[in-house]
Design a protein around this ligand. Structure first.
Ligand SMILES: Nc1ncnc2c1ncn2[C@@H]1O[C@H](COP(=O)(O)OP(=O)(O)OP(=O)(O)O)[C@@H](O)[C@H]1O
Ligand SMILES: [Mg+2]
Length: 307
């Protein structure tokens, strides 16, 4: 099947001389949810901005539904909804007018019933008469989503949609994203959080310093990268690791009070049971146990260092 978005040898050098993207090749499949993960300054917004025609590419090309984004700008832009990273809204317009106007900008005929459902889905219906300046940050973000969806796009870009959004709204937003996706909309979102990508995406792309390091099915990626650590806090500090613990590759904190064990969640045997047994055998008592998932940063360090 033809990809809905095809990015070929795309690069961007800003006027400042900074190279924000280095030869990106990526096909986005119709109907998927793709998460682009990357630290600050990786080039995520630049990539999205080029596809949406806000920033011009320095080299390479992008096609949307088979049409070039430069020569067929209007056509391709109409297929796209964009929720920008920055809150860019007027102050005095009402929610309803903002969303209705946005639909009109894309040349769509008015459809109050569609917009009503959209605002209801985003829990904004009660606020339809409110001026934007009266809304909280989270509500404004929802208005941005409503604007992006006002013209019924086939592809939705969400640039850091959950920045500054509380847990409840985040969950609501993911529900909406899933619903949109089930209705056939292709979704591309950026995030700093691997947990978020893990929760929502079918595929995950990792961007660092303008390079797409990898794009992979989420399951595969988590298998490759999803290391977990177990932090063991000891009742009494130890200066040296007992010999019986040597095989576990434990990290030993400088003050001797903590041991850190990295394990692979996909292995049938994580080794935790036998580690705890061994700790018991050598007479070490535990004060606390904590597990944590490798953070995106750790994954990056590993990825970047392994290149
Ligand atoms: N208009 C611009 N002029 C010059 N440099 C820019 C411009 N916009 C972005 N950059 C630079 O390009 C790089 C990529 O920026 P971009 O906004 O695409 O990153 P990002 O991955 O979206 O980061 P974040 O997670 O912080 O949103 C950064 O080094 C940034 O400083
Ligand atoms: Mg950004």
């Amino acid at each position: 099947m033809q990809p809905i978005v095809s990015i070929q040898s795309l690069s961007k050098v800003y006027d400042s001389g900074h190279q924000a993207l280095k030869t990106i090749d990526l096909d986005i499949h119709e109907g998927e949810i793709l998460a682009l993960l990357g630290p600050n300054g990786a080039g995520k917004t630049t990539l999205i901005s080029i596809i949406c025609g806000i920033v011009s590419a320095s080299a390479g090309s992008v096609s949307v539904a088979g049409h070039d984004i430069v020569s067929d700008y209007r056509l391709t832009r109409n297929l796209i909804g964009l929720v920008p990273q920055e809150l860019t809204l007027g102050a005095f317009d009402t929610v309803w007018n903002t969303v209705n106007f946005s639909r009109g900008l894309f040349g769509k005929t008015p459809d109050p019933a569609y917009l009503e459902q959209l605002l209801k889905d985003l829990s904004l219906w009660d606020k339809r008469g409110s001026e934007l300046r009266e809304l909280s940050g989270g509500m404004k973000r929802r208005v941005l989503i409503a604007k992006a969806l006002s013209h019924e796009p086939r592809i939705l870009f969400l640039d850091e949609p959950t920045a500054g959004v509380d847990v409840e709204l985040r969950q609501d937003m993911w529900k909406l994203v899933r619903r949109m996706n089930e209705s056939g909309v292709t979704i591309i979102l950026t995030t700093h959080y691997i947990e978020e990508a893990e929760e929502i995406a079918d595929r995950v792309g990792i961007i660092n310093q303008g390079e797409l390091l990898l794009v992979d099915d989420k399951q595969c990626l988590m298998q490759k990268l999803g290391k977990k650590t177990l932090q063991i806090e000891l009742k009494q500090s130890i200066d040296e690791l007992p010999a019986a613990l040597e095989g576990y590759n434990l990290e030993h904190s400088a003050d001797g009070s903590r041991l850190i064990y990295a394990y692979d969640t996909d292995l049938e045997r994580t080794g935790i049971t036998s580690l705890l047994q061994t700790l018991n055998d050598v007479g070490l008592s535990l004060k606390d146990l904590k597990t944590s998932q490798s953070s995106l940063e750790e994954i990056f360090v590993r990825l970047v260092n392994s290149r």
